[in-house]
Ligand binder design. Structure first.
Ligand code: NAD
Length: 419
């Protein structure tokens, strides 16, 4: 996907909501929100184990801090651009507002392929990012988390780098979420986004009078989000028939044992060859006959080019921005029910918020408490968006965007507009 498209889609989604809010808010206020508040480009220069200095670009984007400190993950990918990061930061603003946590939207990008780095070299790159971005990372300014290409261990290195730069053994307050539990992380954060996806799918099925046992599911991506979403849907009784990763997909029409597949993936590093499955292409997975499709990989996977061939009745957007605006229009005509990203994958940031409050108050929550609060929040917010979409006669994405943008506008007005 081109960076321009990802930002274009984010802006188009915003414009569709803004046009319905023009009578309520000043045009200038809506104009402010169309663009990020701050974009920073950094140059990292880590010395890696090949003995060479590597020049690596990185970005930190803060879209809007009207409701609270900017929140958003760090994406590490050779293709990530400042446009992508801006789009993702903007989406974080809407997501935090919609799910009801006191954060604004931010995001970071490191232009580097994590799959080509040794463990130690990846840690060096992450520490280099921490050093160079230290003016931006703070509990009251911007609090990063994992995203594509980064994980729990990386968040632990960030906490360590920051505490040492301050001359302390630890940090006071929450500088980063998604950390290992032993370093102040919260149980259940790793699974939170995937669990949230599952909870919104169950709610959508409920509105249609369907039981999880009656539905088939295909999942694109088997990372943080995809693997947890596939497992949670499997645990709830759905028949998960197809799963893909960047190297291809597997299919078993009788249903894959996702618990066994997770173990297999850990051992083999690949989906291919899993007992009882057959190999198909990633494109075939997206277009396969199924009830629920969960895109949980990268952006712009469902576009005007393939939207017409999508057969799923529900699309649960585990990934950020997986559906282009053109595809949205085609899918709407086909009657596909879309659970939009800012709702569907908001479980991660909700549990990050629990981690933030836990660390601030120096408490420790149990996994049961986390799951109970996540479950309640995802279900009530889904219902809120669903009821609003019926009441206003708009689709789920428009309803979610309207509610989110309105909340952010109200915060801006309450502050008296000035940043
Ligand atoms: P990850 O790096 O852990 O996993 C990405 C997965 O997608 C991998 O299995 C990779 O092989 C696969 N993949 C990449 N390109 C693919 C392709 N073309 N076809 C099929 N599979 C492909 O990343 P993640 O953290 O799971 O994030 C996935 C998506 O979810 C991203 O869009 C991210 O922004 C979004 N998201 C993540 C979180 C989170 O908590 N990690 C929260 C909200 C949204």
């Amino acid at each position: 996907m081109s960076a321009k498209n990802m930002l274009d889609n984010a802006i188009e989604n915003f414009n569709n909501a803004a046009v319905l809010l023009e009578k309520e808010y000043d045009k200038e206020l809506l104009d402010i929100l169309r663009h990020p508040g701050e974009r920073t480009e950094l140059q990292l220069s880590p010395l890696l184990s090949d003995g060479k200095i590597h020049i690596i670009k990185a970005f930190v984007v803060k879209h809007c801090g009207a409701i609270g400190p900017c929140k958003g993950g760090i994406r590490m990918s050779p293709n990530v651009t400042v446009g992508d990061v801006s789009a993702l930061a903007m989406e974080m603003t809407w997501k935090c507002a919609l799910i009801g946590v006191p954060f604004g939207g931010g995001k970071s990008g490191i232009v580097c392929d994590p799959t080509t780095l040794s463990k130690l070299d990846k840690q060096t790159v992450i520490r280099s990012f921490s050093r160079n971005a230290h003016n931006h990372i703070h509990p009251l300014i911007y609090v990063p988390a994992p995203d594509m290409g980064t994980n729990e261990a990386d968040m632990g290195y960030i906490k360590d780098a920051i505490s040492h730069s301050m001359g302390n053994a630890t940090t006071q307050g929450c500088y980063v979420t998604g950390k290992p539990v032993i370093l102040g992380g919260i149980p259940g954060r790793r699974e939170a986004t995937g669990r949230g996806v599952m909870l919104t799918v169950l709610e959508a099925l409920d509105t249609m009078g369907k039981s999880p046992k009656d539905v088939t599911v295909a999942v694109q991506g088997f990372g943080n989000v995809g693997a947890a979403a596939a497992f949670e849907l499997f645990r709830m009784g759905c028949k998960v028939i197809g799963i893909s990763d960047v190297n291809g997909a597997i299919l078993n029409r009788n249903g894959l044992d996702v618990a066994a597949l997770q173990k297999y993936y850990l051992e083999h590093g690949s989906l291919q060859g899993f007992a009882g499955s057959k190999s198909i292409s990633g494109g075939e997975l997206l277009e396969m006959e199924c009830d629920v499709l969960v895109p949980a990989a990268s952006g712009n996977q469902i576009t005007a080019e393939n939207a017409d061939r999508i057969k799923a009745r529900i699309i649960a957007e585990g990934a950020n921005g997986p559906t282009s605006s053109d595809a949205d229009r085609i899918l709407e005509k086909k009657g596909v029910f879309i659970i939009p990203d800012i709702l569907c994958n908001a479980g991660g940031v909700f549990v990050s918020y629990l981690e933030y409050t836990q660390e601030t108050q120096q408490e420790q929550m149990t996994e049961e408490e986390v799951y109970e609060r996540l479950s309640k929040r995802m279900r009530t917010r889904f219902r809120h968006v669903y009821d609003f979409s019926r009441e206003r006669g708009v689709n789920m994405r428009q309803a979610a965007m309207l509610l989110a943008v309105k909340t952010v506008c109200d915060a801006k007005v309450a502050r008296g507009y000035l940043p």
